[in-house]
Design a protein around this ligand. Structure first.
Ligand SMILES: [Zn+2]
Length: 371
C-alpha cells in the first residue's frame, strides 16, 4: 500500500515518506479543527491558520512516535529503512524482527512513551497559555488529548499494534517461543479488530453515525489484515529457518548457447522441458540467464531473427544467491527484485537455480506434514 508515496527527506538516515492516503486524513483533520476553532468563536482566518498548523504538529507527533521506535531498533542493531505516514498514522519499516524479547519490549514501548511525553508537553503548554492566548491554548489542548489517545490506542494488546508487540515480547520472554507468542498476540489483535468492526457497524446502523462508524470499521478491517499478515510472515520465517538455497535449488539446469534463436529456444527447450529459465553458456562460463519473461517481451514475428544473447540478462546484472543463504532471505530478495528465480553462485560458478515455485513447494510439503 506504500508504493504510491512521496519522499520527503531523511532524518538521521531514516527516509521519511508520505503515502498519498495521508492527504485524505490531513484534509479531514484540518477541516474538523477549523470547524472546532470557529465554534470557539475565533475568526475564520485565525481558525484556518491554527487548524493547518495544528494538523502539521499532529503529524509531527506521529512522526516522533515512529522515529522513537526506529532509534531504539537501531541501537539494538536492527536497521530501519524508512518511515511512511499514511491515513491511519505512521509505520516504521524495520528490516527484521528483533532478536531478543527484551529488545522488542523496549522498541515497542518507545513509541507510546514518546506520545505520552508529547501529550504531557502540550498539557503544560495548555496550562501556561490558557489565560494568555485562546488560539494557542485550544491548539495545545487538542494536541495533548490526541497524543494521549494515540498512546492509548497503540497500547491495545493486539499484534501488530505496539501493545501487541509488548504482549508478544512478554510471552516470548517467558516461553522462549517466538512463533507461539506471535500467534497468541495476533489472535488478540484479530479479536480487537473484530470488536472495532462490530462497533463501527453498530454506530452506522443504530446511531446513524455514518462517517464515524465507517471510520472505526475501516480501522478494524485494516488491523485484521495486519494481524493476519504479520502472523503469516512470522510463521513463514519460522518454517524456513535453518534451511538454505542448497536444499531447494535445481542443479540439473538445461544450458543454452548464446547464438540460439528465440524460435529454437521456444520449440526445442521451453516447450520441451517445461522450464521457464535457462542459463546461457559459451561452454566455458555462464554468460547470463534467459527467461520466459525475456522471450515474451519480443514479438513472435521476430523470434526467428533474435538470438538468446540479445535478450538475456547478463551475469553481472543478475542478483545472485549463495548455496548457504537462508531460504527466507532468498524469498525476500525475489520479492524485492520482483523476479521469480535467482541463480545460485558458488566460487564464481553457477551451481544451480532457485525458483519461487521450489521454495513454495518446500513450504507446502512441510506445512502438510506438520514439520
Ligand atoms: Zn508505535
Amino acid at each position: 500500500m506504500f508504493k504510491n508515496s512521496l519522499r520527503l527527506g531523511k532524518i538521521l538516515d531514516v527516509e521519511i515518506r508520505l503515502d498519498y492516503s495521508w492527504f485524505i486524513i490531513f484534509a479531514l483533520i484540518t477541516g474538523s479543527l477549523v470547524q472546532y476553532f470557529i465554534s470557539r468563536e475565533m475568526n475564520i482566518t485565525t481558525s484556518l491558520v491554527i487548524g493547518i498548523f495544528t494538523s502539521l504538529l499532529f503529524f509531527a507527533s506521529v512522526l516522533a512516535h515512529e522515529l522513537s521506535h526506529s532509534f531504539v531498533a537501531r541501537t539494538e542493531g536492527v536497521p530501519v529503512h524508512s518511515i511512511t505516514l499514511f491515513i491511519f498514522g505512521g509505520v516504521a519499516h524495520i528490516a527484521q524482527e528483533p532478536k531478543r524479547a527484551r529488545d522488542e519490549f523496549f522498541m515497542a514501548l518507545a513509541g507510546p512513551a514518546t506520545s505520552v511525553a508529547i501529550a504531557i508537553l502540550f498539557g503544560v503548554i495548555w496550562f501556561v497559555t490558557s489565560n494568555l492566548s485562546e488560539p494557542i491554548a485550544a491548539l495545545a489542548s487538542w494536541l495533548g488529548i490526541i497524543n494521549g489517545m494515540l498512546a492509548v490506542f497503540n497500547l491495545i494488546p493486539g499484534f501488530p499494534l505496539d501493545g501487541g508487540r509488548v504482549l508478544r515480547s512478554i510471552i516470548w520472554g517467558i516461553t522462549g517461543n517466538l512463533r507461539k507468542s506471535t500467534q497468541v498476540a495476533s489472535i488478540v489483535g484479530r479479536a480487537v479488530a473484530y470488536i472495532f468492526i462490530f462497533i463501527g457497524i453498530w454506530r452506522i446502523f443504530f446511531q446513524k453515525d455514518w462517517l464515524g462508524g465507517l471510520w472505526i470499521a475501516f480501522i478494524g478491517w485494516f488491523l485484521e489484515n495486519a494481524a493476519a499478515n504479520s502472523y503469516r510472515q512470522v510463521a513463514l520465517r519460522d518454517t524456513l529457518a535453518g534451511h538454505t538455497a542448497r536444499e531447494v535449488m535445481v542443479t540439473d539446469c538445461t544450458y543454452v548457447l548464446p547464438h540460439l534463436t528465440l524460435e529454437e529456444l521456444v520449440h526445442d527447450y521451453i516447450l520441451h522441458t517445461g522450464r521457464r529459465c535457462f542459463p546461457v553458456t559459451d561452454e566455458e562460463s555462464v554468460l547470463g540467464i534467459v527467461t520466459l519473461h525475456n522471450v515474451k517481451e519480443i514479438p513472435k514475428e521476430r523470434w526467428h531473427s533474435t538470438t538468446v544473447s540479445a535478450i538475456m540478462t547478463p551475469l553481472e546484472k543478475l542478483q545472485t544467491v549463495h548455496p548457504d543463504d537462508g531460504l527466507f532471505d532468498v524469498l525476500e530478495r525475489m520479492t524485492h527484485e520482483d523476479v521469480n528465480q535467482l541463480p545460485v553462485i558458488d566460487y564464481g560458478k553457477l551451481v544451480g537455480m532457485v525458483a519461487r515455485d521450489n521454495v513454495l513447494a518446500f513450504i507446502h510439503t512441510r506445512t502438510e506434514l506438520g514439520i
